[in-house]
Design a protein around this ligand. Structure first.
Ligand code: DGT
Length: 230
């Protein structure tokens, strides 16, 4: 019998010796995804692939992230379609180590950001349809699946405080409403499971804590986060 890892939702990931795993780290802006990736980067079994914010702030000389926040109705479609491209690049990068850890995925672009933009009318019906057709096409391709989703679940107020504290210049004008809306969309997608079948089991971690406590949680959950690879 293959050994199993049970996560908090009591879902199971089959363990096979030598198998390679892809783990997607999800959660609101400011929930601590980068910190988790930095923490596990030190492990020799983990390849951590951070979200390419640098790439988004310099698309052949254009700061797409800044434009997105300056004028969302004009730039959300461009930003999301570019984010989708950079996410496919992350998903399809060949495994260099047994566990490939991704900061977000094609799935969060679709279920959180694109959904939010459509509900707020910063993308229109045609743009939404185009992004969704791309999403369906790309996620049906080999190499874009994930084996586990780690959801860093934090109170939107905590996320907002962290965003203000780190003061990334592009995010200076991020309204609290965006963080609250994105929180609800993550909850809808990963906890309520209202967006259809999830691509993988979800491990929910309480991300409201400060760094020292978070690293303790990472250690306690290490085996589950790494799909049993050690
Ligand atoms: P962390 O480490 O948990 O604090 O996470 P961040 O804030 O470094 O990373 P993330 O993914 O929450 O967001 C980086 C910025 O890019 C943030 O202003 C939101 C934006 N963003 C990320 N992914 C997407 C996307 O797929 N679509 C749109 N419209 N914006 C996105």
């Amino acid at each position: 019998l293959a050994s199993k890892v049970l996560n908090e939702d009591n879902m199971q990931i089959p363990l096979k010796p030598g198998r390679k795993y892809t783990v997607s780290i999800e959660g609101n802006i400011g929930c601590g995804k980068t910190t988790l990736l930095e923490y596990f980067k030190a492990s020799k079994v983990v390849e951590a692939i951070k979200e390419p914010v640098d790439q988004w702030t310099n698309v052949q000389g254009h700061n797409a992230l800044q434009l997105l926040y300056q004028d969302p109705s004009r730039w959300s479609f461009s930003f999301n379609i570019y984010a989708q491209l950079t996410r496919v690049q992350m998903h399809t990068r060949p495994h260099a180590k047994p566990v490939k850890m991704l900061e977000r995925s094609l799935f969060s672009t679709r279920h959180c950001f694109v959904e939010n933009d459509y509900r707020n009318e910063t993308i229109n019906g045609l743009e939404y349809a185009i992004l969704n057709e791309w999403f369906e096409y790309l996620t049906a391709m080999p190499g874009t699946g994930v084996d586990l989703i780690v959801y860093l679940r934090a109170d939107p107020k905590v996320c907002y405080e962290r965003i203000m504290k780190r003061s990334r210049k592009e995010e200076a004008g991020v309204p609290y409403k965006l963080i609250d809306d994105l929180h609800n969309l993550h909850e809808d997608w990963l906890v309520e499971q209202n967006c259809g079948k999830l691509p993988a089991p979800v491990l929910v971690l309480d991300a409201n804590n400060e760094y020292a406590q978070m690293t303790q949680i990472y250690e306690e959950k290490r085996s589950e986060i790494l799909c049993g690879v050690s």
